[in-house]
Design a binder for this molecule. Structure first.
Ligand SMILES: [Zn+2]
Length: 257
């Protein structure tokens, strides 16, 4: 085997895509040729780096369900015709359908990964804002336990009017509010005290791509709810069940003032 041939085969060789006989020839060539051996070595190093540094997404479980449903649909849509003429046609349409299914699949996987990523990023961003606010002197811009003070203060500085509710009776005392930028949007933040804990509640007009569910980011709980035309995102170091119940109570329309 010469260098030219070896160089075209070194990449599939690294990927384990060639047969035993060729593998043997390349092995022998690499042992005797420093140039090709260096190329082989570089490829191995690149692969190791990619494995160590590339970003991986853990696919959400609902993705599996969606993919299986799509595959079932594509399978059901494949026509079953007996004649030979039709058989050939079936191969063609089958191939086209498989192509469609692959495209849809790629799109579903891609958009699910993007959604999932956005979801993670929003939770991480909210936690970063919360910790920064708690650690700095910037926790509260309007200090008041009176919802009729906090609400107009926020409304005057935003293009929406967030519902503000005092929940002292349930152990969550409103202590004030501030403005934050969350997901590039000016956002109302309500600040509550629960025992020794500070809770930030980010309130924004409801949007179609609002993420939902509970997340734990760096030990902080991020709980979400939708209601009263708003998305509610609460961040704190209180336990997940307490925070979830709280944010759901806030979002519930029957409390609106
Ligand atoms: Zn060589």
């Amino acid at each position: 085997m010469n260098c030219h041939r070896a160089r075209t085969l070194v990449s599939p060789y690294v990927d384990g895509e060639i047969g035993a006989l060729r593998r043997y020839s390349i092995d022998r060539h690499l042992r005797g040729c420093a140039t090709c051996a260096a190329e082989h070595h570089d490829l191995l190093a690149l692969r190791a780096r990619l494995r160590a540094e590339a970003t991986y997404f853990k696919a959400p479980p609902e993705l599996r369900t969606r993919v299986l449903a799509l595959l079932a649909d594509a399978h059901a849509a494949t026509p079953v015709r007996p004649s030979r003429q039709r058989d050939r046609w079936r191969w063609v349409t089958g191939g086209a359908l498989a192509g469609c299914a692959a495209t849809v699949l790629a799109w579903v996987v891609g958009s699910a990964a993007v959604d999932w990523r956005a979801n993670q990023d929003l939770a991480a961003e909210a936690v970063a804002i919360h910790t920064r606010a708690v650690l700095s002197e910037h926790l509260i811009e309007v200090a008041s336990s009176d919802q009729h003070t906090v609400k107009p203060w926020l409304s005057a500085r935003l293009d929406y009017s967030p519902p503000v509710r005092d929940m002292t009776n349930e152990g969550f005392a409103l202590i004030g509010g501030r403005l934050d930028t969350l997901d590039k949007q000016r956002t109302a933040t309500l600040v509550y005290r629960y025992r020794q804990h500070t809770i930030d509640v980010f309130v924004r007009p409801e949007s179609a791509r609002a993420p939902s569910g509970l997340r734990i980011v760096r030990g902080f709980t991020v709980a979400r709810a939708s209601g009263s035309g708003m998305n509610w995102l609460a961040v704190s170091d209180v336990s997940p069940d307490v925070l979830t119940a709280f944010v759901q109570r806030l979002a519930r329309a029957d409390l609106s003032q």
